[in-house]
Design a binder for this molecule. Structure first.
Ligand code: SF4
Length: 756
């Protein structure tokens, strides 16, 4: 059901063949990351060495995973590709759209009522196109993937930044935008700049109150939130081998918080134990046969400085528990004296209002069992939690097993709320306040990964600190940020001073995992008769219609906006309340460029409509041009479209009739997204030409009929007084991308080739 052992065996055959070849081609021993990357090159690329941090390379991932918020647009696009099935095993997981409020059963029912339309859509599309579907309540995408699909040496992509969690089971797993996932679903390669490599050597052994979470909290403190950008972090050394598989998952998960492309660990016995415990002994057996290929070469780990771009060493025996935050996951503070001083200096609220355990980072059986060992002590020693306490198990399998083993009972006896097996408070799906914007200053501690302002509860005054589940439990019981469980006593109900002992727990359930209904729905073998219904008047979902080609003659195009300064994907397509419309292109298009600053008046969402001379909102103005049959162009500054890889930032302008985006420079992913949607993404050959663009300008493309690789385009800019400037626009389109433009979009071309 869950995985295809034959597919995995084939991957292992390829790994053996290609790793040996890659060693020859590169002339050196290989890290694990390189082994996985070289063995997943797109056919035809496996005969050369690539330069890390420089070369763009095409890969063939083994799997794709999508969560419910991002899957909507991804699947709507895939439906355009004219394929009957996904080309690569894919799953959809319903976890983001479930709010935590009262407790699991009530909250799950509310989510079903509020978002049934979206869930039903995702289920029917999955059924039709051969995609595995995990129902609401089945669990958090990355925990479910680790339990069912991740395998050592594999490569996967997922439409969520914490896809990287699967590195805990020795994968190279990377978060991508929906458009990238759609390409791979449709059978196309996936492009990535060959990453740099950071090696983290772990010596010693975790003990006492320290946990795997503290390893990544420490790494984040060392390298900062951007320190891993463009790199794979590879952990190795005796300390790595001593940790559990889910603990490794925790560390890889938060690699996203240092900006890393992904993180990974070499195959070892902890992974083998986890595979066998999760009913995948055949994967463990297959991995054992090629295990030398599923970890870095010995010489690499002996002389890491020679083979990694950067090396960090951490002695786990010296590691103590940490609290990272508030407002950023890389502000690392040691529990106890250091936290006491920092909290006092910075006026962080000392009283802790909530302790939350869960999220894809820390919701495994081991996590719950270790936190429960602290909770049990509170019960045994006559303590009550001073803070409120909430738990989100990572999956139904974890929840069911933890309930069977009495773990949830321990939490409930301490009055903890057991929320749905879903993201909940980790993504702001937490009904904590009626009016979060005006809620009071307070502190919370959680075992999640991100702690940006407003992330959990929408309250900008909530100071959220990230910790291990064990420390979260201890601090929830003490109710204080400055509590140090290693030295401090607590007063129990009888007025006695008591201390908490070190946490204990189970790496894996001693009686094995169990579950009644894991929430998985397998797709139909032949889904051709499955009907996908989207209501005409739905405000959340809209079937896509193929974009019309823009053609080889664009004249009389008007300036929509000349954006000043930073224009990220958030400025182009805002998140927040607009998330609700992620599956409805026309509705979400009403936020197009509303965050961009108009260079002529330095205001946001206030541009001149050249048709009537009046100033209005950007989407409204653009809709007026579209209604008049007039194409438009957007002009921008440097690094236009930086930020997330969300394809909405390209699809929305395209949907509204923007033909070209002309900027000083692009963020690469956004530039590619514009190309995929059949638009013109151009850069000023002379940056100073940005200054020539006036508010009332009209644009004529003079040689678009000669659009060709490496040949700049010429644009005539007609100003309001009739004067003209001619500017040269560079582009990076290759011939296949020009074919996308000519067909209207990359998907149109796939569809055409499919029908050919
Ligand atoms: Fe993202 Fe949090 Fe859900 Fe993990 S638990 S997938 S970080 S929202």
């Amino acid at each position: 059901m869950a995985f295809d052992i034959d597919m995995i065996k084939k991957v292992y055959e390829t790994i053996v063949e290609r790793v040996d070849k890659a060693r020859e081609i590169t002339g050196k021993p290989l890290t694990l990351s390189e082994k996985i990357l070289y063995s997943h090159l797109w056919d035809g690329m496996a005969d050369k060495a690539f330069v890390r941090g420089k070369d763009y390379v095409d890969f063939a991932p083994d799997r794709i995973a999508c969560q419910d918020a991002t899957a909507q647009m991804a699947l709507l696009q895939f439906m355009q590709a004219g394929k009957s099935k996904v080309a690569v095993p894919t799953t959809v997981h319903c976890d983001h759209l479930i709010q935590a409020k009262v407790g699991a059963s009530t909250d799950l029912q509310s989510a079903m009522n509020n978002s049934s339309e979206v869930f039903n859509f995702l289920e029917s599309v999955s059924n039709k196109y051969g995609i595995g579907f995990w129902k609401p309540g089945a669990g958090i995408i990355h925990q479910v993937v680790l339990e069912n699909y991740a395998f050592p040496g594999g490569m996967m992509i997922g439409t969520d930044s914490h896809t990287v969690n699967a590195g805990g089971l020795g994968m190279v797993a990377i978060g991508v935008g929906g458009a990238d996932a759609v390409d791979v679903m449709a059978g196309m390669p996936w492009e990535l700049k060959f990453p740099k490599l950071i090696g983290v050597k772990l010596t010693g052994k975790i003990s006492g109150w320290a946990a795997p979470k503290d390893v990544i909290l420490k790494v984040a403190g060392i390298v900062s939130a951007k320190g891993g950008t463009g790199a794979i972090v590879e952990y190795f050394g005796p300390g790595a081998i001593s940790m559990s598989c889910t603990g490794k998952g925790t560390i890889c998960n938060m690699g996203a918080e240092i900006g890393a492309t992904t993180s990974t660990f070499g195959y070892d016995e902890s992974m083998e134990r986890y595979l066998r415990a999760t009913d995948r002994s055949d994967v463990a057996d297959a991995a054992n046969e090629v295990k030398d290929y599923l970890t870095g070469d010995a010489e690499v780990y002996e002389n890491p400085e020679q083979y990694f771009d950067q090396v960090i060493e951490i002695n786990l025996s010296e590691l103590g528990p940490l609290l990272n935050g508030p407002f950023t996951p890389d502000l690392s503070t040691t529990v106890g004296k250091e936290m006491t001083e920092r909290a006092q200096e910075n006026d962080w609220p000392m009283q802790v209002e909530w302790g939350l355990i869960g999220s894809c980072t820390n919701s495994s059986y081991e996590d719950l069992s270790r936190a429960a060992s602290i909770a049990q002590q509170a019960l045994d020693k006559g303590l009550k939690t001073k803070a409120e306490f909430g738990i989100n198990p990572g999956s139904e399998q974890v929840r069911y097993t933890a309930e069977r083993d009495g773990i949830l009972d321990v939490f409930e006896k301490l009055d903890a709320k057991i929320f749905t097996n879903a993201c909940g408070p980790c993504i702001g799906q937490w009904a904590r306040y009626n009016d979060p914007k005006n809620a009071p200053k307070n502190s919370i501690v959680h075992s999640f990964n991100r702690n940006f302002a407003k992330r959990a509860d929408g309250n900008p005054n909530t100071h959220a600190f990230v910790a291990s589940p064990e420390i979260t439990a201890a601090i929830a019981i003490a109710g204080r940020l400055d509590f140090n469980p290693m030295t401090d006593t607590l007063i129990n109900e009888n007025g006695e001073e008591v201390m908490l002992d070190e946490p204990t727990g189970w790496e894996l359930p001693p009686k094995g995992f169990d579950v009644k209904d894991n929430g998985y729905l397998a797709p139909e073998e032949d889904g051709s008769n499955v009907v996908i219904s989207v209501k005409e008047d739905s405000e959340r979902l809209q079937l896509l219609t193929p974009f019309e080609p823009l053609g080889d003659s664009i004249t009389g195009a008007k300036l929509l906006i000349k954006a000043h300064g930073k224009c990220t994907t958030d400025h182009i397509s805002m998140a927040g309340p607009w998330l609700r419309f992620r599956g409805h292109l026309d509705n979400i298009a009403n936020n197009t460029l509303i965050g961009a600053v108009n260079a002529f008046n330095m205001k946001t969402n206030f541009v001149k409509n050249q048709l009537n001379g009046e100033y209005d909102a950007v989407p409204k103005t653009q809709r007026a041009y579209k209604a008049a049959g007039i194409k438009t162009i957007v002009v921008g500054d440097h690094n236009y479209g930086e930020g997330s890889s969300r394809e909405h930032a390209a699809m929305q302008p395209r949907h509204l009739g923007v033909a070209a985006v002309l900027v000083k420079s692009f963020a690469r992913i956004h530039e590619t997204n514009l190309k995929k949607q059949g638009m013109l993404g151009l850069t000023f050959a002379n940056e100073n030409d940005y200054d020539l663009i006036q508010e009332d300008d009209t644009f004529n493309f003079l040689d678009l009929n000669e659009f060709a690789p490496n040949k700049p385009l010429t644009i005539e800019v007609v100003h309001a007084d009739g004067s003209k400037d001619t500017i040269v626009a560079n582009h990076t389109y290759n011939q296949s991308q020009i074919d996308w433009y000519n067909e209207g979009s990359a998907l149109n071309l796939i569809k055409k080739e499919n029908n050919a």
